[in-house]
Design a protein around this ligand. Structure first.
Ligand code: A2G
Length: 432
């Protein structure tokens, strides 16, 4: 519920400036368990929580084996609500949430209510009222709430950002980005990956672009979304839901007793495209497909008045660099241009990134950066408004897909007017 008069915008609010960042982790599955090692490399983990006691014990021993901290994290695994005891501790500055999607909102909210900043795996929440609630909770408590969008920190994406900021595309006109990843097998058989089959079941709940942020986040940063422009309205289209049911039917490994047969009908179309128009009359095409046989792609592209980039296809064409023959620059010509615009953070952290890894080191970089900004007392690169806008495409695409025909839906202004303000992000120079 909204508490009137107590909310203050989080735009441009810096972190307190911590000597040491103390982290509590909720969710130690495939993702959280791995990420714990990266948090342990740059912060002190004081508490960890999972409903499975063996995951708690294993994470504690892996963290201690890294040898960076003397004191063991305290473990919580006494049922689904035990995270509430973790968030009440007084030796935690930041809580990291890596649980199934339905838990992100209550956990993030509890973290902020108890005076902690929070970093959340994708998405911060899949429903619009919960997204708004996180924005307001962040404002009321004065705590930051961040989508830990790792792809914004991948090397090519940061190079793309630098190219855009250098003006090499001229005025940016449109972009695309999303998530195309054939997850039929991990959805159905990813035992350790999705133990309770929770992720597949979202396909029985809403017809929506459930997970567009990996591609959408990086291009939104290039387009200065919430920093001079913002999402205004969107329209979504979806094909029929076919491929997941067909996989269950035909794959010989799906036995008659597989839990997939307990699923309600799959209602989420195989491919969704969402067109987002911005206030400044630019647009983004968002792709989402996790069911079709299709090699992985985030469909990341940018086009401006002076050139175009297709990041996944590794090709670029910039009149601003004299390309006028209608032919993409590929291979080493492409790499040379990209490398000339390397973001400082990558050469500076290359070795650590390859040591701690995660999607080629990008996961480590995103965690390092979060902790760095907290220690320096700076503002987050991705704040609650970015997180809300990017994730709002989930419920808004769902809304748009109700009924027949094209239905355009307004995107709320989560910043309440502050979107016109420029503010620091990935473009900040290397700190001294
Ligand atoms: O597939 C990839 O690793 C995704 N990350 C991650 O978010 C998750 O969806 C996973 C599912 O198995 C990227 O694509 C960067």
């Amino acid at each position: 519920a909204r508490i009137k008069g107590k909310e203050k915008s989080m735009v441009n609010v810096p972190f307190e400036g911590f000597d040491e960042v103390r982290v509590g982790i909720i969710g130690l599955g495939n993702r959280g368990g791995d990420q714990a090692m990266r948090w342990a490399a740059v912060s002190t983990i004081t508490a960890v929580c999972d409903i499975r006691p063996d995951h708690v014990a294993e994470t504690i021993s892996r963290v201690m084996a890294q040898g960076f901290q003397d004191k063991e994290p305290v473990g919580y695994s006494n049922g689904e609500e035990d995270f509430e005891r973790l968030v009440r501790r007084d030796d935690i500055d930041l809580i990291y949430v890596a649980t199934p999607w339905e838990w992100h909102h209550p956990m993030a909210k509890a973290a902020m209510e108890n005076g902690k900043h929070v970093a959340i795996e994708l998405p911060i929440a899949p429903h619009l009222d919960d997204i708004w609630d996180l924005v307001r909770t962040s404002e009321r408590t004065g705590k930051h709430c961040m989508l830990l969008e790792n792809v914004n920190y991948f090397r090519p994406e940061m190079q793309m950002f630098n190219l855009a900021k250098a003006g090499l595309f001229g005025e940016l006109q449109h972009a695309s980005g999303g998530y195309v990843h054939d997850l039929r097998w991990p959805y159905t058989f990813g035992g350790a990956y999705y133990p309770e089959h929770w992720r597949r079941r979202w396909q029985t709940r809403m017809n929506a672009a459930h997970y567009p942020m990996h591609g959408l986040g990086p291009v939104s940063a290039c387009l200065d979304i919430n920093r001079g422009d913002r999402f205004d309205e969107l329209v979504a289209v979806a094909s029929r839901p076919k491929a997941l049911a067909l996989f269950r039917e035909e794959d010989p490994r799906v036995g008659a007793d597989h839990p997939a047969w307990d699923d309600d009908p799959y209602i989420s179309g195989d491919r969704k495209q969402v067109f987002i128009k911005t206030v400044n009359d630019r647009f983004i095409r968002v792709e989402h497909d996790v069911n079709s046989p299709h090699p992985y792609s985030r469909e990341t592209t940018l086009t401006g008045t002076r050139g175009s980039l297709e990041l996944d296809n590794a090709r670029i064409y910039l009149e601003s660099l004299g390309h006028t023959n209608h032919a993409w620059r590929t291979g080493s010509a492409f790499s040379t241009i990209m490398n000339q615009h390397d973001h400082w953070i990558w050469p500076a952290l290359e070795k650590l990134a390859s040591q701690y890894g995660g999607h080629g080191g990008g996961d480590f970089i995103s965690i390092f950066r979060m902790v760095q900004l907290m220690r320096l007392g700076m503002t987050p690169d991705i704040d609650v408004y970015d997180s809300a806008a990017w994730c709002s495409v989930i419920p808004l695409s769902h809304e748009s897909l109700k009924g027949k025909g094209f239905k355009s839906v307004k995107v709320p202004d989560f910043t309440r007017g502050h979107w016109t303000q420029a503010r620091p992000t990935f473009d900040r120079p290397r700190p001294e």
